[in-house]
Design a protein around this ligand. Sequence first.
Ligand code: PRP
Length: 194
Amino acid sequence: MDEYVSKGEGTLSYAESDLERILLSKEEINARVTELAEQISTDYADYESLYIIGILKGAFIFLSDLARKITVPHKVDFMALSSYGASTESSGEVRIIMDLRQPIVGEHVLIVEDIIDTGKTLHYLQRLLKGRKPATLKTCVLVTKERNSLDVATDYLGFKIPNVWVVGYGLDYADTYRTLPYIAELKKEVYQSG
Ligand code: PRP
């Protein structure tokens, strides 16, 4: 895959030998994030406010790019959820590491998430936030895997990808590779060596 790895800004040379192939280039991601932001800005043009909730850690880069392209007034808050730890298998138990700073009653809420894998995290989160009585609740996800077994609904979706372990643009394996500028498939031997 070396020919795909840009030597430019954001490249982490330590990671290159761990990657199988690039699935989504920096340019493809940027173009799609722009489209999503335009769609969201159009859809929320008549709303008084938009309350964006980024799901840490994985969504931190997607959220920062998306939110800066959204042209309607909005607030940003974060929740931190975790279910994978240092494994590539979901524990099945979603833990709230950090909750929102304030209630969302009556707010027009948009969840911003990096990835749907099994779907357990978003399934849990959508139910949780619905119970907090926002005026509306929508979801924006950058990538979804084909194995989204819970068939979680999204209102805005960037890309569908195959069932492989991906890293970069916020996505990690064991908390590493998050700052790669693209989304790449991680070589199996990197996470199956244990
Ligand atoms: C990752 C990712 C999503 C979730 C998706 O979070 O950021 O939140 O897994 O997987 P699922 O659809 O199978 O639930 P993780 O628990 O790894 O925490 P992180 O965001 O801090 O990396």
